[in-house]
Unconditional design. Structure first.
Length: 130
């Protein structure tokens, strides 16, 4: 076999070991949702989302949040209106303001959806159980 026919093996860059870096659950479902939406925005803009910036590793991938929300939707625990509110205000990176008349209904839907999401995320260890 000639030297030119031997290919070098691709070695991906090493990832930080979980034992070297703190795994930090989210404070609540709202924080987790905004983190997911920032990841989605980065993807849509063609970039990479660095979820471990600052040396903190989260206990999930952004797609885990999506799957949890869609499971709630399939089970009928949140509806299409909930999804629209989560998407709109998640993308804006700001929850609905109950003091604004236009946000009153969205505020209720936002909290209903996040309340149901909290239950799922606590079971999975993604948000603090306490």
């Amino acid at each position: 076999m000639s030297r030119s026919s031997i290919r070098s093996r691709y070695t991906p860059p090493s990832l930080p070991r979980v034992c070297d870096t703190a795994v930090l659950p989210f404070r609540d479902a709202e924080e987790a949702w905004f983190w997911y939406m920032r990841a989605q925005r980065a993807r849509a803009e063609g970039g990479r989302f660095r979820g471990a910036s600052g040396g903190t590793i989260r206990p999930c991938d952004p797609d885990d949040l999506y799957r949890a929300v869609m499971a709630l939707h399939r089970q009928g625990l949140i509806g299409a209106e909930h999804l629209k509110v989560l998407a709109r205000f998640g993308y804006d990176d700001c929850p609905p303001d109950p003091r604004l008349r236009d946000h009153a209904r969205a505020h209720c839907l936002w909290h209903e959806a996040l309340d149901r999401l909290t239950t799922v995320l606590k079971k999975k260890g993604i948000v603090h159980a306490g």
